[in-house]
Structure formats: structure tokens, C-alpha cells
Design a protein around this ligand. Structure first.
Ligand SMILES: Cc1cc2nc3c(=O)[nH]c(=O)nc-3n(C[C@H](O)[C@H](O)[C@H](O)COP(=O)(O)OP(=O)(O)OC[C@H]3O[C@@H](n4cnc5c(N)ncnc54)[C@H](O)[C@@H]3O)c2cc1C
Length: 200
């Protein structure tokens, strides 16, 4: 009987994807598993340095790492997994996470919520940033990503404010549920857009 070889697929060769693949290729023994990294770009970009590259303080080539050069024991594929699917799943996971403390108002509820919100955010953030980068002209990339970062910071502040406002007006559970409903609506919109793409 032939033994199936373990296959590991890493979707996205950005900061997290590249370092995960780097660690795995270092830790796994030869032939133990087959690691595949898929990303639309053949390189990893250190995003915090993009504004400096746009301003000309550092050279663009110092901001990127060619994936095939550093991931010699991995298979690197240039392509993308469906963006809208990742957005929908990420937003709905976040929405479920926000609903948990409303139903389970104790430490366990908060910890489960933190894990789900973290997983949801991890699915949404890179895909959304990549979609922005893909639709931005190269000469405006620095400004676009800088503006996106400000938007993300505003979102970081806005979520707790929505929960706080509803919490003060009604109850904390309503606050969590209210934000969960808003995030679920965003996920539903992303899903509806996906159906529209398949059936124009
Ligand atoms: C201007 C700016 C400044 C920042 N400053 C800081 C800072 O000071 N400190 C800090 O900690 N963080 C900072 N960040 C955030 C930091 O860059 C991110 O937290 C980090 O890059 C996240 O890593 P990641 O792997 O999750 O996502 P990314 O590094 O964005 O990688 C995601 C990868 O997924 C790929 N991808 C996207 N869609 C698909 C798809 N459909 N299929 C396959 N692959 C896909 C992308 O091409 C990309 O390579 C900053 C970000 C920006 C834009």
C-alpha cells in the first residue's frame, strides 16, 4: 500500500505566509511533506516600508523578497485563491466571533470570540490589501496603502465605539450583536457580489 505524502498549501506568500513556509522548510525533514505557496506576486513585500519606497528614501528592490529565492524547498505557484470567498468567509467568521460574547458572557466566551475574530481578520486583511494594491496604479501605490492603513486604524477605533455606544444605550450584549450584524451584512454583500460575478 502506498503511503500518501502530506501536502501543505499556504495561501498567500506575504509576511505571514513566507515566514510560515521558511520555518516549515527548516523544521520538516526531507520528504516529510510537500509545501506549496500560492501568491499572485512572485515576491513578498515588506509593506511598512512602502511609503518610504514611494517617497524615494529607500530603493523599491530593498522592500521585496523573491519567494523562489528564499523558499528553495517549497513549490511556489503564481496565482490566486478566490478573493471574494476569502472575504466572505473572513467577515462571517468575525461576525460569529462578535456574537459569541453576547450569548456567553464569561471568560470562555471572550476567548472564543478573540480566536474567531482573529481568524476572520487574518483572512480578510491580506486579501483586501492585495485587492487594493492590484487595482492601484504603481505610482500611487504608496499613497493608497497609506490611506488603507489609516482606514484600518479608524476601523480599529470604530468597532469598540459601536459596541460602547450600543452598550451604554441598551446592553453590552446588544453592542456585540449590533457590530456582529454590521460585519455579517458586509460578508453577505461580498458573497452576493461573488454570485453576481458567476452569473452576469
Ligand atoms: C503602509 C503600511 C504600514 C504598516 N506598518 C506596520 C507596522 O509598523 N507594524 C506592523 O506590525 N505592521 C504594519 N503594517 C501591517 C503589516 O504589513 C501587515 O500586518 C503584514 O504584512 C500582514 O502580513 P500578512 O501575511 O497577513 O499579509 P500580507 O503581508 O499583506 O500578505 C498577504 C499575501 O497574500 C497574497 N494574496 C492576496 N490575495 C490572495 C489570493 N486571493 N490568493 C493568494 N494569495 C493572495 C498577497 O499577494 C500577499 O502577498 C503596515 C502595513 C502597511 C500597508
Amino acid at each position: 500500500m502506498t503511503q500518501e505524502r502530506t501536502r501543505i498549501l499556504i495561501a498567500g506568500g506575504g509576511y505571514v505566509g513566507m515566514y510560515t513556509a521558511l520555518r516549515l522548510q527548516k523544521k520538516l525533514h526531507r520528504g516529510e511533506a510537500e509545501i506549496t505557496v500560492i501568491d499572485p506576486q512572485p515576491h513578498m513585500t515588506y509593506q511598512p516600508f512602502l511609503p518610504e519606497a514611494a517617497a524615494g528614501s529607500i530603493e523599491p528592490r530593498h522592500v521585496v523578497v523573491p519567494l523562489r529565492r528564499v523558499l528553495r524547498k517549497c513549490q511556489v505557484l503564481t496565482g490566486r485563491v478566490s478573493d471574494r470567498t476569502a472575504l466572505t468567509i473572513g467577515l462571517l467568521t468575525t461576525a460569529v466571533g462578535l456574537g459569541v460574547p453576547a450569548l456567553l458572557a464569561n471568560l470562555t466566551g471572550l476567548l472564543v470570540a478573540a480566536v474567531l475574530i482573529g481568524l476572520g481578520t487574518a483572512a480578510v486583511t491580506p486579501v483586501a490589501f492585495a485587492a487594493l494594491a492590484a487595482t492601484s496604479p504603481a505610482e500611487r501605490l504608496g499613497q493608497t496603502m497609506g490611506a488603507a492603513e489609516i482606514g484600518r486604524e479608524l476601523g480599529d477605533a470604530g468597532g469598540p465605539l459601536v459596541i460602547g455606544a450600543l452598550g451604554a444605550a441598551i446592553s453590552l450584549a446588544t453592542g456585540f450583536l449590533g457590530l456582529g450584524v454590521l460585519v455579517a451584512l458586509a460578508g453577505a454583500l461580498a458573497g452576493a457580489a461573488r454570485i453576481g460575478t458567476h452569473h452576469p
